[in-house]
Design a protein around this ligand. Structure first.
Ligand SMILES: C[S@@+](CC[C@H](N)C(=O)[O-])C[C@H]1O[C@@H](n2cnc3c(N)ncnc32)[C@H](O)[C@@H]1O
Length: 282
């Protein structure tokens, strides 16, 4: 596996995914019963934006940096910007670090909530353990996140969220792997929220997965949301990204509608940016 998230941390796709993630976690926090957050592809937790990888691509400059520079944001984006500032802006006001999904989620855990964080690459898992500073609410599992779904679900907490955020080194094959892992996961923990991130290059590579989600995935409601900076008609670049959300919280489509069009405007480089919030099944 060649994938290193450090090249992409804080890019437009990370911003979209992480704002949505915070909304899902807030919905879980709205009820007093403890919840469990499961991250199948957790990454290293914290990314140095001054490091060689981030500087080589500079992707964060057209992602998170734009949000921090913008004024008059909707509440969900203001909340996201505040967390990024608290974590990653140094004393002279420069953005130097970006939090990954495990650290954003860790911040939202209450005393009885728990996180199970899976990361296959040893170096990334070791960095993640260090970034968590021994927080006993969080367990890092250095293993395949798909296999972990079988082994770890259901957790003791009855409610929760599973984030599936793979590197998608081979797009069609990754969708098949996700589908194979989701079926038993849903059988074991049917009422959890499942959020599956995917890249958008060519639309036709995604359509079969959406068809499968809409027709075959147990009884779950399925909400799809996407943010595209370019038309979805070339495999040569990342045109956008999407999240398929199974069992979304009540009115999560309304929540997304409150910030996604603003985010598309802020991240667009021209007139081409579009966003989408659609039910595949309800
Ligand atoms: C897109 S990154 C994760 C980013 C992270 N979720 C975030 O939002 O900050 C994907 C991560 O999955 C890891 N990975 C790849 N294949 C895996 C697998 N089968 N199981 C667990 N982790 C895997 C990679 O090493 C990489 O760190």
């Amino acid at each position: 596996m060649n994938y290193r998230h450090a090249f992409h941390a804080g890019n437009f796709a990370d911003v979209f995914k992480h704002v949505a993630l915070l909304g899902l976690l807030d919905a879980l926090r709205a009820k007093p019963a403890p919840f469990c957050y499961v991250d199948t592809h957790a990454g290293r937790g914290a990314y140095d934006l001054r490091g060689e990888s981030a500087q080589r691509t500079g992707e964060y400059r057209d992602g998170v940096a734009r949000i921090l520079q913008a004024g008059d944001l909707p509440p969900a984006l203001t909340d996201y910007a505040e967390r990024i500032r608290a974590f990653g802006v140094d004393a002279d006001g420069s953005l130097v670090r970006y939090p990954g999904s495990p650290l954003l989620a860790r911040d939202r855990l209450r005393a009885d909530d728990r996180a199970m964080l899976c990361e296959l690459q040893g170096e990334e898992a070791t960095a993640l353990r260090a970034a968590l500073h021994g927080d006993t609410r969080c367990a890092v599992h250095e293993r395949d996140g798909y296999a972990a779904l079988k082994a770890l679900l259901p957790p003791a907490q009855k409610r929760g969220l599973v984030l599936i955020d793979p590197p998608f080194e081979a797009q069609g094959a990754e969708f098949e792997t996700i589908a194979q892992a989701l079926t038993p996961a849903l059988a074991r923990w049917p009422n959890a929220i499942y959020a599956i991130w995917y890249p958008i290059k060519l639309r036709e590579t995604i359509t079969p997965f959406h068809r499968w989600l809409g027709s075959e995935v147990g009884k779950a409601d399925v909400l799809v949301t996407e943010l595209l900076l370019h038309p979805d008609n070339t495999p040569l670049r990342l045109n956008g990204s999407g999240l398929a959300i199974l069992n979304p919280p009540w009115q999560f489509d309304v929540h997304l509608g409150g910030w996604l069009p603003s985010l598309a405007r802020l991240l667009s480089n021209g007139p081409e940016a579009t966003s989408r919030i659609d039910w595949l099944r309800r």
